[in-house]
Design a protein around this ligand. Sequence first.
Ligand code: HEC
Length: 160
Amino acid sequence: MRLPQVSMSFVWIILMCGFTSLVIIFGNLVFLGFHRHPTPPFKDIGSFNWKQGRQRLTQYGCGGCHIIPGVPGAVGRVGPSLENIHQQMFIAGSLTNDMERLSLWIQSPQKISPGSAMPDLGVTPEEAKDMAAYLYQVSQRRTETWYKRILSKLSLAQAF
Ligand code: HEC
């Protein structure tokens, strides 16, 4: 049997494609392996209504003093930006950053830190929880990396 004639340039193209693929695969492994940033603990927002929370943030005018991603017009620079807030260890200077304390702060900042420039706005406990849920939800979604999103869809996120 006679083998088909294969030109040398065709062999080179195949070899170069193989080599390029290897470089890309290796590059990605390095990226996944060495570019891991410390992952802040995941904030479980429970069953609170974060969509409602976004409306409340608008309703109470929080955006007049804070930058809040996803809330139109929330570009205030009176207080700190609430972007990526789940990554912070503390909020308002001394509170451990969790659902409980974040919502307590939103409800009554003056009780926690008398004289703070953030006023008590008459927020109810339920509304405060919904707003806290939104702040964590938007922050966790935005900082999730594309490959983690794919991996978590494949239920492999724990491996990384
Ligand atoms: C008049 C301006 C003003 C308004 C209105 C306001 N805040 Fe604040 N907020 C501040 C200031 C100033 C701080 C910093 C206080 C501190 O650290 O003692 C702060 C701190 C915070 C923090 C802690 C941020 C951090 O990184 O430490 C959160 C969360 C927060 N505000 C949420 C809200 C929400 C939600 C609303 C609406 C219900 C709101 N704020 C309304 C001025 C405001």
